[in-house]
Design a protein around this ligand. Structure first.
Ligand SMILES: Nc1nc2c(c(=O)[nH]1)N[C@H]1C(S)=C(S)[C@@H](COP(=O)(O)O)O[C@H]1N2
Ligand SMILES: [Mo]
Length: 429
């Protein structure tokens, strides 16, 4: 690992992907941006502010679920969905603030690769690294090299952009593509690793770098019969230098195979796809970069959005969930305490209101955690069901940035960023 002089850090500017994306697209048009694996047509569509929204390709056939994930998936903890496993919310009852590794949801585009930390190398390369003009100067780090750098620990959620997607259909009658998650495509862990900023500076970051693109070592992703290459998504440099980690521990254990062993990227507050697992290389580019994961996927398309789609998704939205099975039953006349959690990508959770009568009246829940960015807040509320029959429990959170969960989420064709209050069915017997 070369010890190059450390360039002065850039100020961690607020990341405005909308404005930057427009710039990035203009640069592509001018021949100044690379877009491997993204068709010219797709980019032109994104550029054409007046073009009609294009039809999205259907997701590829799912692989056999039992070959894609290494850890056990007991049915009382997980709902298997193709190559993915959703955590059951009732299984989180009684777990602490952090989701145990065994219970953490898994989102795999293909299959968990079983990698050995001692054979693993991280390669940094590209036009955004310093070196003589035109010189391709990749820099490599081994697992022990990363372990020798200053370590940082932080609590953060990883949440799929499509978490809650099925509620677009069940509550709003909309047809959306993608894995029909309920609310269990989220987990919170204590991650330990090194700052991506430290690794980039040691690699010799050039003042001209603009995008950083980590890529996974899992197999190429095939969608609609076409290989889109290995999972990768560009991050603007400002975010990469701000709070992104290269994590090698999860809740005090070496990163489990399914969660990116030996090293994954952890991008706090952003949609899960940014947190590339099994990272093998990072392109550091002086030109803007595109991949299918910031063009075709992970933008908002549909009648409520710009014809060319929204800017690439960044922060997660706001949600709440009860630590209860769907259709849970309660004995009439018996005092209960309902438990749940709320979280937001825009800040901590300031307030949670609960309705036990289908949304007619609301009471404040007791918060169990201090409002903290990038993680959830546990809450509880007493309830004594008085009338037998079916009803809905609802929880509505407000975050420290002032966002409150709406009654209806603005739809998009791929069902991302569901934020509306979820109606949780229960039966009183
Ligand atoms: N290399 C690689 N990284 C990846 C993925 C993947 O399939 N391959 N899935 C992404 C998506 S869509 C999500 S939501 C998160 C899920 O992280 P987890 O499986 O550790 O819960 O990982 C992201 N990183
Ligand atoms: Mo995801």
């Amino acid at each position: 690992m070369p010890a190059s002089p450390v360039p002065s850090p850039r100020p961690a500017t607020r990341v405005d992907e909308t404005a930057y994306d427009r710039r990035r697209l203009r640069q592509w048009l001018a021949g100044d941006a690379r877009a491997d694996g993204v068709s010219r047509r797709r980019l032109l569509t994104l550029l054409a502010a007046t073009a009609a929204a294009t039809a999205l390709p259907a997701p590829g056939p799912a692989r056999a679920a039992d070959t894609s994930i290494v850890k056990p998936l007991p049915p009382e903890w997980f709902i298997q969905r193709g190559t993915n496993a959703e955590t059951r919310w009732e299984a989180l009852r009684g777990t602490g603030h952090h989701t145990p590794n065994e219970l953490f949801f898994v989102r795999n585009h293909t299959t968990t690769p079983v990698l050995d930390a001692q054979d693993w190398r991280l390669r940094l390369w590209g036009s955004g690294l310093r070196g003589a003009p035109g010189e391709d100067r990749p820099v490599e780090f081994g697992y022990d090299d990363l372990r020798a750098l200053p370590a940082v620990t932080r609590t953060a959620f990883v949440e799929c952009a499509g978490n809650g997607r099925s509620h677009y259909t069940t509550q709003q009658g909309e047809t959306v593509t993608g894995t029909p998650w309920t609310l269990g495509a989220i987990g919170v862990a204590r991650w330990r690793g090194v700052r991506l900023a430290d690794v980039l500076r040691r690699a010799g970051l050039s003042p001209y770098a603009v995008d950083v693109q980590p890529r996974g070592l899992d197999a190429e992703y095939v969608s609609g019969g076409e290989s889109l290459g290995r999972v990768r998504r560009p991050l603007p440099l400002a975010k990469a230098l701000d709070d992104v980690l290269l994590a090698y521990e999860m809740n005090g254990e070496p990163l489990p195979y399914d969660h990116g062993h030996p090293v994954r990227v952890l991008v706090p507050s952003w949609v899960g796809i940014a947190s590339i697992k099994w990272v093998g290389d990072i392109e550091v580019s002086a030109q803007p970069l595109f991949s299918p994961w910031n063009t075709t996927f992970y933008r908002l398309f549909g009648p409520s959005h710009p014809p060319q789609g929204s800017a690439p998704l960044t922060r997660q939205t706001i949600k709440s969930a009860f630590e209860l099975a769907s259709g849970a039953t309660f004995p009439v006349g018996e005092g209960q305490v309902l438990h749940g959690r709320s979280w937001s990508g825009a800040g901590g959770i300031a307030r949670v209101e609960v309705s036990t009568d289908g949304g007619t009246s609301w009471r404040p829940a007791r918060l169990h955690d201090r409002p903290r960015a990038d993680t959830w807040n546990r809450w509880s509320i007493p309830w004594k069901p008085e009338t037998p029959g079916t009803t809905h429990l609802l929880a509505r959170a407000t975050d420290t940035a002032g966002h409150r969960q709406p009654d209806v989420a603005v739809p998009n064709t791929q069902g991302y960023l569901f934020d509306a209050v979820v109606r949780h069915p229960v039966t009183v017997v």
